[in-house]
Design a protein around this ligand. Sequence first.
Ligand code: NCD
Length: 322
Amino acid sequence: MRSQQDSAGGLRHLITLGGLARDALTAILDRAEAYRRFPGQPAYEGRELAGVTVANLFYEPSTRTRASFDLAARRLGAHVLNMDLQSSSRAKGETMLDTIYTLEAMNTDIFVIRDSEAGLPEFLIDHVDPHVSVISAGEAHLSHPTQGLLDVLTIRAHKRRFAGLKVAIVGDIKHSRVARSTSQALATLGTTDLRLVAPEALLPAENEFRAAQRFTRIEDGIAGADVVMMLRIQKERMVQSASLDDAAYFREFGLTAARLRLAAPSALVMHPGPMNRGVEISSDVADGPRSVIREQVNNGVAVRMAVLAAIAATLTRQRHPL
Ligand code: NCD
């Protein structure tokens, strides 16, 4: 794969947080903090992406990721194409690469892509023109880099440190690209106490998440945790979805107010969305005082602005070298 950074360290593509150094990651978080505006404040409006065309190619359903990439690009002055791909060319048999070449011919500069197949963003990086960038908005169960970034931005805003933090990720970790990207970002930033909490069947393979501790009882896994990150049960990625009964899952693994009392008193409750209320999390916890779930959404726009702006700056430098 071509590198995600150019020779000067500028961001060219973003498809994984694995291998992204701490200073590069921190630079994105710092930039995102400058762009972040809380609900009620006027949104940041800039020209960092003036003249840049961004195409959002979502081959899998998405609500918040797609909306936030769209808003992020527009708030920085880009032209944005939102392709409705479930019902378009691919359905008519056009290969994804032909769709890409068509949009490249229309001067698209940045492709934002989500697909259930592994390997597509990397394949695109190898096939697009050298002046075009690729951002993954979710690759199979493997990677969701902007989600990982918004998760650590949210944690940083509250905890101000990563070393010494106890983070529990609870739920369908086996199928979760969020768990993979967020744990990579946490490891890069210095968190060493990561707990994976799930029924045996939803824990990842032993050779993944090497440094993490594994728990099959939520009470053990979240005890004393500073961050409790809940994940959705991803029925669409499970072969035998029928084997999981929602009520039984909630009884054994659902985050309730009583269970949350086992975590640290100031613990943050996170969830990437979409939530299954009453399955992995109770409504009173999701909407309760420890929940930062809507802040995660707010940070998602800021992080995507930061990633787009960093890539646009690299593209500009490449096109107009000093
Ligand atoms: C996640 C995803 O699609 O990977 N959602 C998101 O991007 N916010 C998690 C999920 O679908 O459960």
